[in-house]
Write a protein that binds this ligand. Sequence first.
Ligand code: ZN
Length: 372
Amino acid sequence: MKVLNARQYDTEATVQVTVQDGNIVAVSKLEGRTDEPDLPWLAPGLVDLQVNGFGGCEFNDPALKVDDVAAVATLLANDGVRRFCPTVTTADDDTFASALKVLAKAATSHEMVKKYWAGIHLEGPYLSPEDGPRGAHPRKHCRPPNWSEFCRWQDAAEGEIRLVTLSPEYSESPDFVRRAVGANVKIAIGHTAANSEQIAAAVDAGASLSTHLGNGAHGEIRRHPNYIWDQLADDRLQASLIVDGHHLPASVVQSFVRAKTPERCILVSDVTGMAGKPPGRYDTLGLGAVEVLEDGRLVVAGQRQYLAGAAAPLIDGINNVRQFAGVDLATAINMASVWPAKFIGCRSCSMKDAEDLILLEERNGILSCLNF
Ligand SMILES: [Zn+2]
């Protein structure tokens, strides 16, 4: 057991933190003053709504095991993540069904996974088949939403699918959105080539999030109207953003955060199993051939324009959004913790539960997770 001093991330009040076996077990008000400089920040655990895998494990791998899911949870925890949505991306039916079954089993049978669980995010297959919008999702599997098919998957997932990213460009989309929202499943708009009317219809039906706004889009689009402006302007949509320094230029992050307001912005990592791999070409099960470039970008193999997911942990997004959009520390942390928790409705990482808290060290304006 160890006791150390820290500052609360939002009030800057000095507190005393008791840590044991890698966890914070108690927090109390510090009596008196301390002159210690640069105390770590005590903050709510991070919540990542989009995790495709990590450290060589892809959730779309047909050989996925419960222990693999637990290993991902452990690796994410090292970077401060305390809740996450394992994300299953567009694949053939067998891969989908087996991934959903293993994830559901992990959520109910493995203590570590159960503790960190925020529900499954299904990103596909109800996405646009067009190059650009579909990103790295295989075209042959992209198709219109089908409620009875989804219900079979939700059964395989034992009801653990909490978020579906779809494109509103299909005539089936509004009805699907209504049914899903009625069944307590959140709907996000993403990987879409939809027009203004189609986006409005999906939001009217209950869609409440834009998945990685500004990515999963054509290389060139009409100046206006287009699906980015439409989603940006609709206050009923929150927006998830990948702020890894590669997916969106700093000026776009700044503009999105200002237009949406920080309270409607959620940082996601969209991290894949390629995270931490050295530069090179890799054949992945979920996304086909991908390349890790020298600058850390993960792209669809053979070109440089279309990204195939990300490789930077969520905490990098917090550091980048402070820099790119000029938001303060507490706001940047909320964008990756309190607000995504509230959106997905998971057991919240609030400041009340000591074991859900994390300590962040700040050096030259860069935060990193303090593991003890
Ligand atoms: Zn995506």
